[in-house]
Design a protein around this ligand. Structure first.
Ligand SMILES: *Cc1c(COP(=O)(O)O)cnc(C)c1O
Length: 340
């Protein structure tokens, strides 16, 4: 296997949406609060929610490559899909605006909520401000059929359309997190610490896949990443994650990995995607009060709750360092007012 401290990635089309590496902070106030329960495990957080573009979040990294590919293909329009409160939709709208192409969003009613905040505040409000054209589907309506038809119509009208995959999770989108892996390994050297585990939420799996691919390409073990599924079952999510990781490794010209290197926990999802759990709601309050950091109820809080559970169970070596990646989603908080 070839190993190096740099990925062979610069030949792939990419636009620049990040302003350098995101900060890594040590959550010592939280550690003080939780005391002995942590068995000396030190918790660091990488602030991808702090990316200085359009409210930040993990989709920015994916969109650097997805938009780069769309522009390289000469596209003048992108279509993205997601739920009404999709962070991915919001960030695609912003990225399209920034590069000066049209954006259409196909938003499904995938979460059982009908309150006015969910329908009109948070991400969906921002989608409109970023100038996207919105298509809001009825409950049960098939998003891919709609996208296929809409893309056909736009093509007939002379547009060149790129359809962005759900959650930005394709092999190309995952490359954004392969670069993030490179960033994390550079930070280990700079901070003079080693991370035993990197913890993240898993929705459409591109984030986990990209990190796993990047780590493996750089000579580290892909199972350094553990994700907490907020959408799919453990087994199906593992299959998707592996497929995307190997797709990214193909693009990087590196050896593939096997499913035993994909570590996914499905126990903190609760009743389903977008439905907050009690432990996630508790963790939002805990981190807000201990550190002044906002998590979101759909992704980051469920994963953070999973990580704390695992630490309490002794899943990580006493005295080791773990790195939680805050994947963003705080604009979605405003859609969940009634839960608070
Ligand atoms: C999309 C999203 C995730 C999940 O990332 P995937 O690559 O889809 O697994 C996590 N956190 C936030 C805030 C997101 O918007």
């Amino acid at each position: 296997m070839k190993t190096s401290t740099r990925l062979d990635i610069d030949h792939l089309p990419r636009i620049s949406l990040l302003d350098g590496p995101t900060p890594i902070q040590h959550l010592w106030r939280l550690e003080t609060r939780l005391g002995k329960a942590l068995a000396g495990v030190r918790i660091y957080i990488k602030r991808d929610d702090h990316i200085l573009f359009a409210g930040g979040g993990n989709k920015v990294r994916k969109l650097e490559f997805l938009m780069g590919a769309a522009l390289a293909d000469g596209c003048d329009t992108v279509i993205a899909t997601g739920g009404l409160q999709s962070n991915h939709a919001r960030l695609t709208a912003a990225a399209a605006a920034r590069v000066g192409i049209d954006c259409e969003l196909v938003l499904g009613r995938v979460v059982p909520r009908e309150d006015v905040e969910y329908e009109q505040n948070g991400n969906i409000l921002l989608d409109k401000i970023f100038g996207a054209k919105l298509h809001i589907l009825d409950r049960g309506q098939n998003a891919s059929d709609f996208v296929y038809e809409r893309a056909g119509k736009l093509a007939q009208a002379g547009k060149k359309v790129a359809v962005i995959p759900m959650g930005g999770s394709s092999a190309v989108g995952a490359l954004g997190y392969a670069r993030c892996a490179e960033e994390i390994l550079a930070a280990e050297i700079e901070l003079d610490i080693q991370f035993e585990k990197i913890l993240i939420p898993n929705g459409s799996s591109g984030t986990h896949a990209g990190l796993a691919a990047g780590l493996s390409a750089l000579g580290r073990s892909a199972d350094m990443v553990r994700s907490y599924s907020v959408l799919g079952e453990e087994e199906a999510t593992t299959t998707t994650t592996l497929l995307l990781a190997n797709g990214a490794l193909d693009l990087l010209g590196c050896d593939r990995i096997r499913s035993c290197a994909i570590d996914i926990c499905g126990e903190h999802r609760g009743a389903g995607y977008g439905i907050p759990t009690d432990e996630a709601m508790d963790v939002i309050g805990l981190l807000a009060k201990a550190e002044g950091i906002l998590l979101d109820p759909v992704y980051s809080a469920k994963a953070f709750a999973g990580m704390l559970h695992d630490i309490r169970q002794g899943a990580f070596k006493p005295g080791s360092n773990v790195l939680f990646i805050h994947t963003g989603g705080t604009p979605g908080l405003y859609a969940y007012r009634s839960e608070f």
